[in-house]
Design a protein around this ligand. Sequence first.
Ligand code: ADP
Ligand code: ZN
Ligand code: ZN
Length: 747
Amino acid sequence: MPDSPHPPVPRVLGVAVPSPLRRLFDYRPCRETPPGGWQPGLRVQVPFGRRQVVGVVAECRDASELPLSGLKPVDACLDEAPLPADWLWLCRFTARYYQHALGDTLHQAMPVLLRQGRALEARTRERWCVTEAGRQDAPPGLSRAPRQAELLAMLRQHPHGLVSQAVLAQSFTREQLRALVDKGLVERHEEPLAATSTDEGDSLLAEPALPLNREQAAVLGTLHERLEDFHPCLLHGVTGSGKTEVYLQLIEAVIARHRQALVLVPEIGLTPQTLARFRSRFRVPVVALHSGLTDHERLDAWEAAASGRAPIVIGTRSAIFTPLARPGVIIVDEEHDGSFKQQDGLRYHARDLAVARAHRHRIPLLLGSATPSLESLQRALKGDYRHLHLTRRASRHAPARLELVDLRGRHRQGGLIPPVIETIRETLAAGHQVLVFINRRGFAPTLACHACGWLAECDHCDARMTLHRQPPLLACHHCDRRRALPDACPECGSIDLRPLGSGTERTEETLASLFPETPVHRIDRDSTRRRDALEQVLAEVRRGDPCLLVGTQMLAKGHHLPHVTLVVVINADAGLYASDFRAMEHSAQLLEQVAGRAGRAAHPGRVLVQTLHTDDPHLRLLADSGYDALAEQLLEERRAARLPPFRFLALLRLEAPREEAVAELGRLASQALRDWLGERDLEVDCLGPVPAPMERRQNRYHLQLMLAADRRSRLHEAGAWLIAWLEGRPEARRVRWSLDIDPQTLA
Ligand code: ADP
Ligand code: ZN
Ligand code: ZN
């Protein structure tokens, strides 16, 4: 490297350390200056309290609020060059927007090995080749170095050189290699371990793209015209309309321009099937970020994305924090999916960060869904997003309408009523498959005493314990507490204890006894603990023999099950009457997704939805006119009720083992906030404190305070003030609290 003068060494480094404290910590630079000088984004090892931690330089300054002489120096700089600038920008944005500590944000947004101080570099291997000079007879400088001479002789026998491993295996050392390099007799080459992008001449595609139908072609045409700037689009297409094919062809255009594509999919959506679709289409590496990666694989993937070696990066929520050397497009599939929002710690929404990121990079953003969130739909209707439609399925049959089936007064077997069981029988007899959707795992939602009415409740939560049969026990799905089944009622001693209601296990059992000739596959969190269990079942189902599938929403989303022609929803009401204002939106999305599993191939589908509320106006609208009509109706109601997306919310959650501590802090905080708001004209409302929908959970009391505003900036101002207030209060130390910006659930 030429001797370029270093930028002046700053006197103070403001370091973001992994801690919940919303501030930087000041250190002095260490003696050794990194090659490019001190800059934000360099990782440093610093003493922090009694520990050594890895922090990130966030500011280089010459002044501190503390006396400079009192500052400790950083122990070491861990990077030669700062971590990627786009990543650092996104982390700063995230920390600011979600009012979270920058240090913790950076920490969570980097791969584990980087948190531990490992270098960010491509895993390469070195290859050692003899130079022209090394090939001469009796090369100089080796007379007193016999081992080096032997090493050179060995390398001379390999015209393409040897990799380090092969050299070291012959008990030569790195020092000997380096000495030969210094003498100009050997050259060191680095070659990447992972495949690089295709050469110019090669075709990008490993298999041809599908010929698009008219609608797809129109959508793609629109997208092609807008590859050069920030263009947010909502791709609103019914299930099975070929959105994924549009993504694939859009990505093709992006890679052809030597840019990268980042694809976010819901947690449930990153199936081997999905990946296979991307991998079999393109000849270039597709990097997948999922929970099954080892720490090393994750670091490699990060590096491949950051260096630009990986043209396609696909991953779940946290993949939004993957740095990209040449960003070209961000695609969020199933953008309405709840798993894009992190529900603890750093409570970010990956879809919303995708919008910010695409804007920053000035690249197109494609949000795809059959059932868009009301947030995105509203923006599309307003014209902030371009609204692209796919109204037809690629296969012959239109998505099935929901048929509501009245549960009232009917005898149920495993949750199913006789006419529905009859329809299942007919479908199986016709040689088709049936999917039964039930949103509760376990055998039954609870155990009840028929003599006195006692219900099995969790000691630690305001919740009933779920009855499981495999293995038999009572389990709380909120705190994971388990209890043996009681032999008799703990209240009255009666032995007449019975399961109340149905879960997946009970429905499975009922179906197995009703249809002994037909295989029944249960798919829920319990049955798929083994990693490949789900794939095994799905592979068998795809073979097409008649069978029954019983499952939770794990089964409802994403999977292409071509032989399913009947979908039965055991109980549509479970989520419908929850207290949350988003309950109807989420139920409708789920029902529509479940319904989308029916009739995707050769035969049309039917969807039977059992409910106690066949006359519920929302459910009727969904059944008669579909999701889009319901969504527009819900938007009108949200507008009238002044709820998101027409207003912005932030939710302060407070929890502690002692009810009084929580109540006291809730009272003080709301009072202080109201006083502060009263002195200003911020137009922010403070609602509460109110107990959380489940007040006692894991033996802790939960309370919440809601902030609401028409303007986002005002909400943030009030939130920031509230956080500062809490950080200064001794009462807040005994209570766990967090501020959730744009909460997705009020639980
Ligand atoms: P979505 O993502 O909208 O649910 P997919 O992209 O998964 O839809 O497409 C559903 C099915 O239709 C897939 O089997 C896919 O291969 C097929 N398909 C999509 N587009 C076309 C097309 N243009 N021609 C033929 N088949 C298509
Ligand atoms: Zn009893
Ligand atoms: Zn519990």
